[in-house]
Design a protein around this ligand. Structure first.
Ligand code: HEM
Length: 488
């Protein structure tokens, strides 16, 4: 059967375009026993779901308001807008009686059962089962998640009230109930767009063929099926030569969402950078700490890639889309030395570019689209002084792909946690991704190449600064699938 050309109005807005947000709530829910009532209510939600063209319109409004304000020498105003998307877990599908095999083993298993594969810290219970150190809410089935985003807490709360009303949440005739709502918000002022360790995030995303038609320099274009199920290059995990996945027809233009509730120990991270500042002539201790941080992440806090700016930050380049993605780890010395970027730096581990491509290994099916948001307050003076986290904060990691086994799961398990990756760096063993690499037993991690002047030395990381406390795998159906398969 031939697949019709992509109509982006069929695709939920967060996937390809990203719901614009200052605030975003993730309402994790369970469907109540009257499944038919839930389906009827879902029918009322569908017209409110933000589609891709609607996000494009919203973004155009934001850009126009910004332009007008700049011309008048005023700061950009907040454009009032909100968005809604919905996704279902495997247990949610089961609850709804949808038994088709969606063709993704990680999704079918659920993230709780997958946590051992991801090497989340945890322990073995009396029955010999691995149990991750997650918060209780994620240890019980979660059937789905409603994403509510907007320009402010007020807008999002108002939009969430509409969602609650549709499903009668909390009322005697409720059709779903809340397991947990995680509330994320973009960090304030100059930290806007930066994650809690301080680094600019959301810079490098794959461009999607015939959708992102003007990729930035260095931005790789992937075929639509890498992100959207049922489209070109949506392939069976690990198949070589690639074999298209067989999925039910209604899966077309859906995408899998890997959600992770990741806490970040910011004062502890900062203390480590301070205590292990890179020492080199001409560097102050502060500069040595900044350099170490940049070498752990692969970018300076400004966003500037260290492959291009190995010794000194370049804040202008950091925010310049013409420059900040234009690198491949393919300078003549890059493949065998760590002069510019440690092999295990977070950005290199999670998108190794030339490290694999120049060996003839494609990374196209490993690419994911990241749409996360920060949660929790800024570090308090007391926390900064004591070096100890007292308030929970971190990243609600949310990534879309057509295949979790090829995408998120592979990146976490076979790259970030794999000390031998990137491959063929003998005799150097790259070590763990210092940001997200992990082991279930919390044994100390090491990585190599953090000190540009002493690249053979391994740096030992005493603690993990990113602590997974939950997560789930979801499927974000197309609008037609929601209508025909999910709603009544
Ligand atoms: C890039 C931080 C978790 C995958 C980045 C960047 C930062 C960052 C600062 C650079 C900005 C950019 O290139 O867009 C973090 C933090 C995390 C986290 C603080 C946890 C709290 C994860 C996880 C994954 C991941 C769990 C997947 C398993 C990626 C990818 C890139 C990236 C694919 C883009 C690399 C590139 O294309 O060059 N992250 N990240 N990150 N991260 Fe993370």
């Amino acid at each position: 059967t031939t697949v019709p050309p992509l109509d982006i109005a069929n695709v939920q807005g967060d996937i390809l375009a990203g719901l614009p947000k200052k605030v975003q709530h993730y309402l994790l829910f369970q469907i109540d026993d009257d499944v038919q009532a839930f389906r009827q209510r879902l029918k009322l939600l569908i017209p409110l779901i933000t589609t891709t063209p609607q996000v494009q319109d919203d973004r155009a409004k934001i850009a126009a308001a910004k332009k007008a304000a700049t011309e008048q020498g005023k700061p950009a105003p907040l454009v009032k807008l909100s968005g809604i998307n919905i996704s279902f877990s495997h247990s949610g599908l089961v609850k709804l009686g949808i038994t088709d095999d969606l063709g993704d083993a990680a999704f079918a298993k659920g993230q709780f059962a997958d946590s051992a594969t991801l090497a989340d810290p945890g322990s073995t219970d009396a029955n010999g089962n691995f149990v991750p150190n997650w918060i209780p809410a994620f240890k019980n089935p979660i059937h789905g998640v409603v994403l509510v985003s907007g320009d402010s807490e007020l807008t999002v709360t108002a939009t969430q009230a509409i969602v609650n009303g549709i499903f009668n949440i909390g009322a005697h005739n409720a059709t779903m109930h809340e397991v947990l709502t995680i509330k994320g918000q973009v960090r304030p002022k100059d930290e806007k767009g930066h994650e809690h360790f301080g680094f600019l995030d959301g810079i490098s995303q794959p461009a999607v063929k015939d959708f992102d038609t003007k990729p930035n320099p260095g931005q790789e274009t992937v075929r639509q099926g890498v992100i959207l199920c049922g489209r070109e290059n949506d392939i069976v995990a690990g198949s070589n030569p690639p074999v298209p996945v067989v999925r039910p027809a209604w899966a077309l233009d859906g995408s899998f969402l890997a959600l992770r509730y990741l806490f970040q120990l910011v004062p502890e991270f900062n203390t480590f950078l301070k205590d292990n500042a890179i020492k080199a002539s001409g560097l102050t201790p502060e500069q040595g700490s900044e350099l170490l941080g940049a070498r752990l992440v692969g970018r300076w806090k400004s966003g500037a890639p260290i492959d291009l700016f190995p010794l000194q930050d370049n804040p202008t380049a950091g925010v310049d889309a013409q420059q900040n993605n234009k690198f491949r780890y393919d300078f003549p010395d890059d493949p065998h030395t760590q002069d510019r970027c440690p092999f295990a730096a977070h950005t290199r581990k999670t998108n190794p570019r030339a490290d694999l491509e120049d060996l003839g290994i494609s990374t196209e099916n490993r690419r994911i689209i990241r749409r996360g948001v920060q949660f929790g307050p800024e570090v308090t003076p007391d926390e900064a002084k004591s070096g100890k986290t007292k308030l929970g904060r971190g990243l609600i990691f949310a990534a879309y792909q057509s295949n979790i086994v090829n995408g998120f799961q592979f990146i976490q398990q076979s790259w970030a946690n794999n000390t031998g990756f990137p491959i063929q760096k003998n005799p150097i063993v790259p070590g763990f991704d210092p940001i997200i690499g992990q082991q279930s037993n919390l044994a100390p991690r090491t990585l190599s190449g953090t000190d540009p002047n002493n690249q053979g030395a391994n740096l030992s990381l005493p603690t993990e600064w990113v602590v997974p406390k939950g997560g789930e795998y979801f499927f974000a159906p197309s609008i037609p699938a929601l209508k025909s398969k999910f709603a009544l």
